[in-house]
Design a binder for this molecule. Structure first.
Ligand SMILES: NC(=O)c1ccc[n+]([C@@H]2O[C@H](COP(=O)([O-])OP(=O)(O)OC[C@H]3O[C@@H](n4cnc5c(N)ncnc54)[C@H](O)[C@@H]3O)[C@@H](O)[C@H]2O)c1
Length: 308
């Protein structure tokens, strides 16, 4: 395995912190490029001679090239990662998620970085009828999803025209223990609510079904992509392959913490909230050896044991 030097944009974020740990565990050199807008040092491992952390905004192209000097691969995670934040500031969402991705790709070309792993999102699919494969037509319904799809298109074009080996991971709903600078995902939000005696806020009827995937499994998928070689560009769904409704998650959390369902309150539905989003992960299993290791029910029960 020749790879030793990896740039991780957005490495100080929720998923980024897990990715960086996995890379350092392999004794690879890691440069984190992050503007710390939602990321934080607390997501990163302790200082190490193998870890270089640089504060930089990827929507500004200037310094990126210098930071990519000598890199073998880039894991591109930096993004305005929340759906509401993208709706609230469309210009910024495009500047970071689209122009920022173009800047990252241009810096790869300038510095002969041959491989990019781009962390995209299930949001590119929008509303789907059944289980989502990589062949399911894309149809994003949110600004966030649209910026991610445009970024994918850039990755594809650079891969074809500039001969960059590229992997796009369409990640479903990641959960896992973190502190909450950027807010929690719904699973960890419910756990935090129960711990602090707050009611669980379920948007709409709670019947919206999601595929919840453990953040460590996402990080493992990223590493698998770095350890394998691909011809051109490949796209993979990264989920658990199982669907839970938001109401089911709320009930799971309440049960694990020994509370009754009376602590659920229904808030107004969120605009553009898709009804059903569950992944087929067969392609990732086959080509990446991907095998989700943590299941949602066990995670919630484990957290209850730790916190009660
Ligand atoms: N968490 C999920 O469920 C999920 C699902 C699908 C896809 N994703 C994608 O995974 C990636 C990481 O998401 P996350 O959940 O860890 O969110 P996060 O907000 O914790 O991480 C994003 C990181 O990017 C950094 N960043 C933002 N704007 C930047 C800029 N202009 N320049 C440099 N750095 C910048 C932030 O400071 C943060 O560290 C994102 O691309 C997100 O779209 C996340």
């Amino acid at each position: 395995m020749g790879l030793v030097d990896v740039v991780v944009t957005g490495g100080a974020g929720f998923i980024g912190g897990f990715v960086v740990r996995r890379l350092l565990d392999r004794s690879w050199r890691v440069t984190v490029v992050d503007d710390f807008s939602t990321g934080d040092m607390f997501n990163l491992p302790p200082p190490s001679p193998l870890l270089n952390v640089v504060e930089h905004d990827i929507s500004i192209g200037d310094r990126l090239e210098a930071l990519f000097d000598g890199a073998d691969a880039v894991v591109h995670l930096a993004a305005v990662s929340s759906v509401p934040a993208c709706e609230a500031d469309v210009e910024k969402a495009f500047a970071v998620n689209v122009t920022g991705t173009e800047n990252v790709l241009n810096a790869c070309v300038a510095k002969n970085v041959e491989k990019v792993v781009f962390v995209s999102s299930a949001a590119v699919y929008g509303e789907a009828e059944g289980v989502i494969t990589e062949e399911t037509p894309v149809n994003p319904v949110s600004v966030y999803g649209r910026t991610k799809l445009l970024a994918e298109t850039l990755v594809q074009s650079f891969s074809e025209k500039k001969k960059i080996e590229a992997v796009v991971l369409r990640v479903f709903n990641a959960y896992g223990k973190t502190k909450a600078k950027n807010g929690f995902g719904v699973v960890d939000q419910f756990i935090d609510d129960v711990v602090h005696g707050r009611a669980l806020n379920v948007h709409g009827d709670g019947g919206q079904v999601r595929d919840f995937v453990y953040v460590g499994d996402v990080a493992d998928a990223v590493v698998s992509c770095l350890e394998r070689n691909f011809d051109g560009m490949e796209v993979f769904n990264i989920g658990s392959g199982a669907g839970f409704s938001v109401l089911e998650v709320a009930e799971l959390v309440l049960k694990a913490f020994g509370k009754t369902s009376s602590s659920i309150v229904h808030a107004p539905p969120r605009p553009n909230d898709v009804r059903y989003s569950v992944a087929s992960v067969e392609k990732a299993r086959r080509m990446l050896g991907y095998s989700p290791s943590v299941n949602l029910k066990k995670y919630v029960e484990e957290r209850a044991k730790q916190l009660v």
